[in-house]
Design a protein around this ligand. Structure first.
Ligand code: PEP
Length: 249
């Protein structure tokens, strides 16, 4: 099991250079909170500036293309985000699955490209409300996770993180209950141990995302098999993000 909680801010399509002051403030505060691993995934345009200005925290991308390069107007390869200073990439976020019609197979190809480029991967999975109401949330998430993984995951325990993000909880202000989070994380852990073996399967971090805020973070992060949080809206201000980090210590 990972020793330090992992708290990642996903800035989504928010942030111009004016937001660098938030990244600097997070980085300054992070120097006193070494027992938590902190990272930000800003838009592509801010990866390099955040990397340059923030020394203590991890910096990642929110997507990458599966190809190494070529005629893909507007896309960015895994090697390019690594070159800009990213150490990881978030893949399979529901906003990409839905807004860009990304299927599991494409996500697995992106993950393979990211690992080849030396990046770590935060692989997102989560169920829509209809699946939860039908009692099929665990089946849905495990099927999605299995299909979104590439055939080869090098150093899985170290380089793969799974983010469980129920779709209905993202940006809704309504986080999943701690009981549902723990039940899902336990099912994911069982799947990871079966897939990657005891050592890697227990080392892979499983983080929760979906309306995490400074008020509910302590309870969520203390949950069994909850190794951290993926935070959207509440990561846009250094103050609220660092209050989540403080709750995770
Ligand atoms: C997310 O989109 O990854 C997320 C968790 O968003 P929010 O925290 O805003 O629900």
């Amino acid at each position: 099991m990972a020793s330090r909680p992992f708290i990642v801010g996903n800035w989504k399509m928010h942030g111009t250079r004016a937001m660098l002051s938030e990244a600097r403030a997070i980085d300054r505060a992070a120097q006193r909170l070494m027992q938590v691993e902190i990272a930000l995934a800003p838009p592509f345009t801010l990866i390099h500036p955040v990397r340059r200005e923030a020394e203590q925290i991890g910096v990642g991308a929110q997507d990458c293309h599966p190809a190494d390069g070529g005629a893909h107007t507007g896309d960015i390869s895994a090697a390019m985000v690594a070159d800009a200073g990213a150490g990881f990439v978030i893949l399979g976020h529901s906003e990409r699955r839905e807004g860009h019609n990304e299927k599991d197979k494409l996500i697995a190809e992106k993950a393979a490209a990211a690992f080849d480029a030396g990046l770590k991967v935060i692989l997102c999975c989560g169920e829509p409300m209809e699946k939860r109401e039908a009692g099929k949330a665990v089946d849905h998430v495990l099927r999605q996770l299995k299909a979104s993984l590439p055939d080869n995951v090098p150093e899985a325990g170290e380089r793969l993180t799974v983010a469980y993000e129920p779709i209905w909880a993202i940006g809704s202000g309504e986080a999943a209950s701690i009981e549902d989070i723990v039940a899902m994380h336990s099912a994911i852990r069982e799947f990871l141990v079966k897939t990657f073996g005891e050592e890697d399967g227990t080392a892979i971090r499983i983080i929760y995302g979906g309306s995490v805020n400074p008020e509910n973070a302590a309870e969520i992060i203390a949950g069994d098999e909850v190794n951290g949080a993926l935070v959207g809206g509440a990561s846009l201000s250094a103050e609220s993000f660092m209050n989540i980090v403080l709750a995770a210590q």
